[in-house]
Design a protein around this ligand. Sequence first.
Ligand code: SF4
Length: 66
Amino acid sequence: MDMKQHKEYITPPTEQTISRFDHCPCFQGRRSLLAIEPICWFCKYAGFDLKSDKLPESGICYYPKE
Ligand code: SF4
């Protein structure tokens, strides 16, 4: 987990790979979480493979689809 490599997008990179610490102005927190930071990991538009054995470092931004 390397926070130095996070990207700050000006617009959502729809259908592209994102990492957990990336973010953009369209961030919307997932409803199921109480404590959140405005990063892709907590965004309702992000898709991460949560069934993986390891914590996923990257996922896909599905904005504007949840
Ligand atoms: S997952 Fe959310 S915060 Fe991350 S780039 Fe997409 S819309 Fe922005």
